[in-house]
Design a protein around this ligand. Structure first.
Ligand code: G1P
Length: 295
């Protein structure tokens, strides 16, 4: 048993407009776009469940009600599948349902940035540590990312951020951390900067969308000035909290697919299809043929 307070709740910010995927996201939230045969949101919920998360807080926006419906019973469909004795399909629907009362939906009414989206969850999280998962980042690993972070947290307490290395030319796209001394399987974070100007990044370790945060972040976010992109930036809030509390880095060992970009989304589909024994043979052959035809 860890001496630190258990992380029970996860915040999933899903209010983004998905403009990079228009017109696909005109009526379908980007979190509902499928990677192979599951919507993006299901991957991150599965990852959180594997890490012991018991309650999900979805920070949604207008036109996102499909996400709420997705995590609810679909009587008509289930009745039809039952009548047709489609047991496997039926269990695909029933197995993924969260237990009653374990999901909460709140709205970010205006898009003021990630820091503001997280702040919108403050009343539901209350005075306890929580996980934050950015659904754009779909991950595959032997040890699911958030589970690995929980293992660090159980030893270190404090705040834990997952990071991974990127090409130094890409640091301006992400939150970047400074890497300090090793602590268990993680390390102390010395610095954090959101989307640094090229050539000014403290390292090439970028924040990859998974966080364990202490509730003291909320009053800081409430009073934060706008930062990069004229938005209320979570990274700026964490930097302030780091003056009072420890922040640890967890170097994620696995694959991250940035489904917030078209290329990342397509690669996620291909890579995860290739991990599926039922789909792999056909996809692999067709891909090889397509690539050969390019030359
Ligand atoms: C957000 C965070 C950034 C992080 C990134 C990961 O940026 O602000 O620190 O590196 O997610 O995807 P956004 O992608 O919203 O611009």
């Amino acid at each position: 048993m860890s001496e630190f307070r258990k992380v029970r709740k996860a915040v999933l910010p899903v209010a983004g407009l998905g403009t990079r995927f228009l017109p696909a996201t005109k009526v379908v939230p980007k979190e509902m776009l499928p990677v192979v045969d599951k919507p993006i949101i299901q991957y991150v919920v599965d990852e959180a469940i594997a890490a012991g998360i018991e309650h999900f807080v979805f920070v949604t926006g207008r036109n996102k009600h499909v996400i709420e419906d997705y995590f609810d019973i679909q009587y008509e469909l289930e009745a039809t599948l039952k009548a047709r004795n489609k047991k496997a399909e039926l269990s695909l629907l029933t197995d993924m349902l969260p237990k009653a009362g374990t999901s909460t939906f709140t709205r970010q009414q205006e898009p003021h940035g990630l820091g503001h989206a997280v702040w919108c969850a403050r009343e539901i999280i209350g005075p306890e540590p929580f996980a934050l998962i950015l659904p754009d980042m779909v991950m595959a690993a032997d040890v699911p990312c958030l589970k690995g972070m929980m293992d660090v947290y159980d030893v270190s307490g404090g705040n834990v951020i997952s990071v991974e290395e990127c090409d130094p030319s890409q640091t301006h796209k992400y939150g970047i951390v400074g890497v300090g001394e090793s602590v268990g399987s993680g390390f102390k974070i010395t610095e954090m900067v959101e989307k640094p100007e090229p050539g000014t990044a403290p390292s090439n370790y970028f924040i990859n969308g998974r966080y364990i945060l202490q509730p003291e972040i909320f009053p800081i976010l409430a009073n934060l000035e706008r930062g990069a992109g004229n938005e209320i930036q979570l990274t700026d809030g964490m930097l302030k909290l780091a003056k009072e509390q420890a922040f640890y880095g967890y170097a994620f060992d696995g694959q991250t697919y940035d489904c917030g970009s078209k290329e990342g989304f397509i690669i996620a589909n291909v890579a995860l299809a290739l991990k599926r024994p039922d789909i792999r043979p056909k996809v692999e052959n067709e891909l090889k043929a397509l690539i050969a035809a390019l030359k």
